[in-house]
Design a protein around this ligand. Structure first.
Ligand SMILES: Nc1ncnc2c1ncn2[C@@H]1O[C@H](COP(=O)(O)OP(=O)(O)OP(=O)(O)O)[C@@H](O)[C@H]1O
Ligand SMILES: [Mg+2]
Length: 327
């Protein structure tokens, strides 16, 4: 191969004088690091064989230890009368573009790490608050309840209004105990550890049905699923977030939940019969729910999809590989 024409920009790009590259094409190709040179030749051969545009992007190491450059080659082959092939085209310097792209990738990776970190902190924080509410508030309320019972026994002969007051106080304390229990369970779904994912999904679905009046149908195998704690927690949190969305946006009367698994992955599908959503809804800059769900699934090597038919509801599908592997 030889170059029949080399422009003035040659030296600025490659560090080699134009005359040298014209006289010795190899001096140019030698600047491409060896493994990439193989790929470069292959693309050149393919272009010659199929008469398609030769496109190649890769690195160039200019002589005298100058900084590496990223170049793009784009050239169109044509056959000369002699039978030889001539490419007309350009080699251009894409170093800035490439560095910008690497920078974008780097900061994206950083954001991902940050989000992972925040996620972990959030779970730890919730567990801590749950522990404190349970230990501090829980035991105080229990003591209060016992004192009230004691009072009740000693007030048997007391006038009506006092006994009534005691009874009302007893009810309030019971309500506070129930609320505490609910808050603790919300913060740290111990049901997940105690009874497993299927039971936890069912429990959350029942809570949801109570609050919204929608019918929720959960189809989840009660046994036979051995699920990592991390995966179960992620699926459960994503499930909660999805139900929150259904409650806030869908105006649905029915929700169908299905947990299934194959050898590779766990799949959770949540379908509602609400108003559905559009691509634009998913792009709302201030909406972080679905983005957070996706991030959470991806941290475990999985993904989620959200699809909707106008007027016939929304389906969210979450899949997470059974064996942990980061995306
Ligand atoms: N089940 C659903 N039915 C109808 N619309 C939905 C449903 N789920 C999500 N949406 C739409 O998609 C948008 C994005 O949802 P997303 O959960 O990401 O954000 P959000 O709920 O608006 O806010 P947040 O960040 O508090 O979750 C919602 O604003 C809503 O318009
Ligand atoms: Mg939301």
């Amino acid at each position: 191969i030889s170059f029949s024409y080399v422009s003035q920009g040659c030296e600025a790009l490659t560090g080699l004088p134009e005359a040298q590259v014209r006289a010795d094409a190899e001096s140019f190709f030698r600047l491409v690091p060896a493994p990439e040179r193989t790929h470069l030749s292959a693309t050149l051969d393919a272009s010659a064989a199929q008469f398609t545009t030769w496109n190649w992007a890769g690195r160039l190491l200019p002589p005298h230890g100058a900084n590496e450059k990223w170049i793009n080659i784009r050239a169109r082959p044509r056959r000369l009368d002699s039978g030889e092939i001539l490419w007309d085209g350009l080699v251009f310097d894409d170093t800035q573009g490439r560095l910008a792209q690497l920078e974008v990738e780097r900061s994206r990776e950083e954001l991902r790490a940050l989000s992972r970190h925040l996620q972990t902190i959030r779970e730890e924080e919730k567990a801590r608050i749950a522990r404190e509410v349970h230990d501090e508030l829980g035991s105080t309320l229990t003591a209060l309840k016992m004192d009230l019972d004691w009072l009740g026994e000693h007030l048997e002969s007391a006038p009506g209004p006092i006994a009534q007051k005691r009874a009302t106080m007893g009810k309030l304390v019971e309500a506070a105990v129930a609320a505490t229990r609910r808050i603790v369970t919300d913060l740290r779904p111990s049901i997940l550890d105690d009874l497993g994912l299927a039971a936890a999904l069912r429990w959350q679905a029942t809570e949801f049905a109570k609050h919204t009046g929608a019918r929720v149908d959960v189809d989840a195998p009660e046994t036979g699923l051995h699920i990592d704690r991390d995966i179960a927690l992620a699926l459960f949190r994503i499930f909660q977030e999805t139900l929150t969305n259904v409650a806030r946006h869908a105006r649905a009367t029915e929700v169908a939940v299905k947990l299934s698994s194959n050898d590779d992955a766990l799949i959770l599908r949540i379908r509602d019969n609400g108003v559905g959503l559009s691509e634009d809804d998913l792009r709302k800059p201030t909406s972080l729910g679905i983005r957070g769900m996706r991030e959470r699934a991806r941290q475990l090597g999985g993904d989620i999809s959200v699809s909707a038919e106008p007027g016939s509801g929304t389906t969210v599908i979450i899949s997470i590989p059974r064996s942990k592997r980061a995306a």
